[in-house]
Design a protein around this ligand. Structure first.
Ligand SMILES: N[C@@H](CCC(=O)N[C@@H](CS)C(=O)NCC(=O)O)C(=O)O
Length: 216
């Protein structure tokens, strides 16, 4: 049985690839594992049948036989543990790649998500511009450090890994803000991630659903 993931029946981003099923699809494509997708509406996500998969009523989830997982980080780690290609074999390099997965999710993604939430939920508030300025400063703190760490390297620690997959996925959310352009090596890093054939296939698959032309 192929693993099954859940994705939005209709993504709020209209197919820009920012919903987190895209990062799972990308991981599957990198390791050559085919998968099925169960599409869920916003209403269905909050119903008991979906909360069995994710207690918070969110996507993405992962099902394989009687194993059910949620949290994109846990799902990608699970995929990377079971297939070659996303985590180095050498123990210390592997531990460092996993560290970058956590850094992406725990250190870099939070202020980026805060920006999205401010924009979506608070943009009509009179203090929104001031709040965005503060949030953007926190993002710049993180990007400045990340940019220094990446330097002129292609990837964060040796060959492309699940750490890069996660970091690029997180940074992609900044594209429309223009902030990423202030860090040319990070912009180029994200572009390198997006140029990978596996990412292109993942992006196209989610776009097809959101454009109403899923593959037969
Ligand atoms: N930390 C979770 C976040 C999951 C999440 O926020 N999912 C979004 C889509 S990308 C969602 O389901 N939003 C709808 C909602 O929360 O009601 C993960 O990485 O999987």
């Amino acid at each position: 049985m192929k693993p099954i993931i859940t994705a939005f029946e209709r993504s709020p981003d209209g197919g820009q690839g920012l919903a987190r099923d895209t990062r799972i699809r990308w991981a599957f494509e990198e390791v050559g594992q085919s998968y099925d997708v169960r599409l869920v509406s916003f209403r269905a996500m909050k119903e008991p049948a979906h909360r069995v998969r994710n207690p918070f009523g969110q996507i993405p989830t992962y099902e394989e036989d009687d194993l059910v997982l949620f949290e994109s980080g846990a799902i990608i780690f699970h995929i990377a543990e079971r297939h070659a290609g996303l985590l180095p074999v050498e123990a210390k390099a592997r531990a460092r790649a996993i560290t970058w997965m956590f850094a992406a999710l725990n250190t870099v993604e939070p202020p980026i998500l805060d920006r999205a939430t401010t924009w979506i939920a608070e943009r009509k508030e009179p203090w929104c511009a001031e709040r965005l300025r503060l949030v953007d400063d926190r993002i710049r703190d993180r990007l400045g450090d990340l940019s220094a760490c990446l330097g002129r390297a292609d990837w964060l620690d040796g060959p492309f890994s699940a750490g890069d997959l996660m970091m690029v996925s997180v940074l992609l959310r900044l594209r429309s803000s223009g902030i990423l352009d202030e860090y040319p090596n990070l912009s180029a890093y994200v572009a390198r991630g997006e140029a990978r054939p596996a990412y292109q296939r993942a992006f196209a698959a989610q776009l097809a659903i959101n454009a109403g032309t899923p593959p037969a």
